[in-house]
Ligand binder design. Structure first.
Ligand SMILES: [Zn+2]
Length: 415
């Protein structure tokens, strides 16, 4: 979800966030990068939430709605005149380019140069409300299994300041019946991911070609790239330069470079790339295969937010919700970041809040400096809390109670 910010920092005028909805109720060391987990209906350790993308899986089914808000000034600013076929082509090109940013990441199963059919064709629909309607009683009504982008669908999620969001519907079990979506293959599968842009004129969005001439409009390509990160299963990153950083570029601007034929994934940071590789690794990749694992532990256990445990089923022995960052020792570049905090023993299915982290996949053959820091800067605990929302979801056995995210510690580095 993206919301305009009216306090604190004017330079950061929008916040990107997302709405994650598990459909119905809901090993080992986890948490590479910032991904979301949930507990399968059948129990066991939390599993990562991701699209069904594998060598043998059918392509993603995706489309966008060509229904656009008709307001003045235009909500979707383009070089081409409003209401013309050329305008729709320009918007579709922007969507394709945004998808291409992610499918340009090497070492993944969505990489277009290696797996050209993974994403399937981008379809069009003229239906205005083609995205899954708002949730009824907490249950998204009738998701269709088509990953759809809507520019003209109203939603109660568009509260004051919200610009756009991604609604993700996740299966709790294989073969679960979820709306009219194709049966899921595994628990944790994202069966429907729809992206909504605000349509009431409270915000405007411009294609790359129209950005410079549309003061006050947000860069549509950047926002699409961010929301597509959610579509693929990524949550927010605390890395300033990441496309998954929760705050959008100010109106009229974008971060990094535009994608190009030679660098289709140019706007991404290495952290974004590591995130996608962690979800959909290409088994043939021999470069990005390194992992650094460890624990973030307090010098004094009384520093833990929930020490001693305040609820049954809570076993907090390490820092929960610390950002752990891998920096290339030679270049000084941030390569990957993760939100550390928990692990799960497959033999007992017990989730332990022991400060575990796993960073990667990282390029092998390099040296890294690792540091841990609390979310006390521009990215607040609430910005990354979505990664933990379903960690103790219904079905967790034995029961599990989320501790509070720890913020009361000082950054530490280790080489
Ligand atoms: Zn977001």
């Amino acid at each position: 979800m993206m919301a305009r910010r009216t306090t604190r920092c004017n330079a950061l005028a929008a916040i990107l966030a997302c709405v994650f909805l598990a459909y119905g109720a809901a090993g080992g060391r986890a948490l590479a990068y910032t991904r979301d987990y949930m507990v399968p209906a059948a129990g066991g350790c939390p599993v990562v939430e991701q699209q069904n993308i594998s060598v043998s899986a059918p392509p993603l089914i995706r489309q966008w709605s060509t229904s656009l808000p008709i307001l003045e000034p235009p909500v979707i600013a383009t070089v081409a005149a409003a209401g013309t076929p050329a305008q729709l082509t320009e918007i579709e090109n922007t969507i394709q380019q945004a998808y291409g940013i992610w499918s340009g990441v090497t070492g993944t199963l969505v990489n277009a140069s290696t797996f050209p059919n993974a994403l399937g064709p981008l379809g069009e629909t003229s239906t205005q409300n083609a995205c899954t309607p708002d949730a009824l009683n907490g249950t998204p009504s009738n998701p269709d299994g088509i990953d759809t982008i809507c520019f003209n669908q109203s939603s109660s999620a568009f509260t004051t300041g919200v610009l756009s969001f991604t609604r993700v519907v996740i299966a709790e079990a294989p073969a679960q019946t979820i709306g009219t979506a194709p049966p899921p293959v595994f628990a944790g599968q994202i069966v429907d991911a729809d992206i909504y842009f605000r349509n009431d004129g409270q915000a405007a969005f411009a294609t790359p070609g129209a950005l410079a001439s549309t003061p006050g409009a947000y860069d549509l390509e950047s926002l699409l790239a961010h929301e597509l990160g959610h579509l693929f299963g990524l949550d927010h990153s605390g890395v300033w330069r990441a496309i998954m950083f929760p705050y959008a570029p100010p109106p009229g601007t974008y971060v990094g470079e535009r994608p190009s034929v030679s660098s289709p994934d140019a706007p991404l940071s290495d952290d974004d790339r590591a995130g996608l590789r962690s979800l959909y690794p290409d088994p043939a990749d021999t470069v990005d295969v390194g992992y650094i694992t460890g624990h973030v532990l307090p010098a004094n256990p009384f520093a833990l937010a929930d020490f001693p445990a305040t609820s049954p089923g809570e076993y907090e022995t390490g820092m929960f919700g610390a950002q752990v960052v891998a920096v290339d020792a030679a270049s000084g570049s941030v390569i990957a970041a993760a939100v550390g905090g928990w692990s799960c023993d497959p033999s007992t299915s017990i989730v332990q809040f022991d400060g575990s982290y796993s960073l990667g996949p990282l390029p092998v053959g390099n040296s890294y400096v690792i540091y841990a820091e609390p979310f006390v800067g521009p990215v607040a605990p609430s910005d990354i809390a979505g990664a933990f929302t379903n960690l103790c979801s219904t079905g967790a056995s034995p029961s599990c109670t989320l501790p509070a995210i720890d913020t009361n510690f000082s950054p530490r580095a280790q080489q």
